[in-house]
Design a protein. Structure first.
Ligand SMILES: [Cu+2]
Length: 329
C-alpha cells in the first residue's frame, strides 16, 4: 500500500488496514476525477472560446461524453460505498465486542484539557461518580469512595495515560465533563467525538505494543558536527526522542538524548544514531475545544498481555499521573 508507507502514520490496529485501503482508493479516484474534469475544463475553454462562438445560443446540448462521465462516477462511487465502506463498517463498527471476547472495558472522560481514564478494577464494575466530588487534582472524575459504593473500591483512574494490552479487544465508553471533544488515536485509526451527557462506545484492538511501534517509527539522525555549541543544543532540544538501539556504548536504550550523550557519542566517533518517539502512540483531541486544546494530549501504553497484567498488579493507586515520565516528550 502506498498510503500506509508514504503519507499515513503507521497502523498498529487490527481494523486500520481496511480503513487505509479505502482512503487510498478514494484518493486515486479523486486523482482520476481531477485529471478528467480538468481536461474537460481545458477543452471547453478552447472549444467555446469567444472567437469561435461570437453568438451565445440557448439550444440544448446533444453531447454524450458528459453523460458517460456521470454514469462512470456514479458506478465508481457505488462500488466504494457498497463494496468497501459498508462492509468495513458492518464488520468492525456495528457490534461492540461481546463478553465472549473478554474485552477490556474502560471509561474515558474527556475534559478541558485532559483525558481521564477510568478502569473498573478486578471486579470489572465501575464505581459511581458524582459531580460534587470532582477535585481537579485528586479526583478528576468525582469517584465515590469504596465505603459508599463497593464497586468503586478497586477502581483506578489515570490521567492522560491509557494502559492497555495488545491482542485484546478494548471497549471504551466515551463521555465528556464539559464541552465536545474528540478521542483520536491515529496509530489505532480511532476517532470518536466525546459529547457531554452521552456515553458513546468505541472499540479497537492493537496488534502491536509501544516497543513495536517505536521499532517501526525509528529514524536515523545525523549528529551535529560538534557536541557543544548552538547546533548541539538545538539538536537536543528539537529531538527529544528516545534512543532505540543499544549499541551506543554507555547510552541506554530508551533514554532521551542529552548533551552529555552527544559528548559520549562524539568521543566514540559515532556520527548518526537511531531514535524513535518515547511515547509513539498519541491520544489527541480532534475537536477544537477551547484555548488549551493544543495541549489536550495523552499517551497509550500498549503492553504485551503479560506485562499489562503486571502493570495492573503493581500500579500505584495514589499516583495516577507520572508527570516526570510524561515530560520528556
Ligand atoms: Cu478537547
Amino acid at each position: 500500500m502506498i498510503a500506509s508507507s508514504f503519507w499515513l502514520p503507521p497502523d498498529i490496529s487490527t481494523h486500520g488496514s481496511t480503513i487505509d485501503l479505502i482512503i487510498e482508493y478514494v484518493h486515486w479516484f479523486m486523482a482520476a476525477l481531477f485529471v478528467v474534469w480538468g481536461a474537460y475544463f481545458l477543452y471547453c475553454l478552447v472549444r467555446f472560446r469567444e472567437g469561435a462562438n461570437p453568438q451565445a445560443t440557448y439550444r440544448d446540448t446533444k453531447a454524450k461524453p458528459s453523460k458517460v462521465a456521470e454514469v462512470v462516477v456514479i458506478i465508481v462511487e457505488a462500488i466504494l460505498l457498497v463494496g468497501f465502506s459498508i462492509p468495513v463498517w458492518a464488520y468492525y463498527r456495528s457490534e461492540p465486542p461481546g463478553a465472549d471476547k473478554n474485552p477490556l472495558v474502560v471509561r474515558v472522560v474527556a475534559q478541558q484539557f485532559a483525558w481521564n481514564i477510568h478502569y473498573p478494577g478486578p471486579d470489572g464494575k465501575f464505581g459511581k461518580s458524582k459531580p460534587e466530588l470532582v477535585d481537579e487534582s485528586l479526583n478528576p472524575i468525582g469517584l465515590v469512595d469504596g465505603e459508599e459504593d463497593a464497586n468503586a473500591a478497586d477502581d483506578y483512574v489515570s490521567v492522560n495515560i491509557f494502559h492497555m494490552p495488545k491482542d485484546r479487544d478494548v471497549l471504551v465508553r466515551l463521555s465528556s465533563k464539559d464541552v465536545i471533544h474528540s478521542f483520536a488515536v491515529p496509530l489505532l485509526r480511532v476517532k470518536q467525538d466525546a459529547i457531554p451527557g452521552m456515553e458513546i462506545p468505541i472499540w479497537f484492538k492493537a496488534e502491536k505494543t509501544n516497543e513495536d511501534a517505536q521499532e517501526i517509527m525509528k529514524r536515523s539522525f545525523d549528529l551535529p558536527a560538534s557536541p557543544e555549541g548552538d547546533d548541539a543544543e538545538t539538536f537536543v532540544k528539537e529531538n527529544r526522542l528516545r534512543v532505540t538501539m543499544a549499541k551506543y556504548g554507555s547510552i541506554e536504550t530508551g533514554s532521551t538524548i542529552s548533551m552529555e550523550d552527544l559528548k559520549t557519542l562524539s568521543d566514540a566517533n559515532v556520527t548518526s544514531i537511531e531514535m524513535a518517539p518515547g511515547y509513539p502512540v498519541n491520544i489527541q483531541c480532534a475537536q477544537l475545544c477551547g484555548l488549551g486544546h493544543y495541549r489536550m494530549k495523552g499517551q497509550m501504553k500498549i503492553y504485551e498481555p503479560a506485562d499489562y497484567e503486571e502493570w495492573v498488579s503493581t500500579r500505584d493507586d495514589d499516583e495516577f499521573f507520572d508527570e516526570d515520565e510524561f515530560d520528556d516528550e
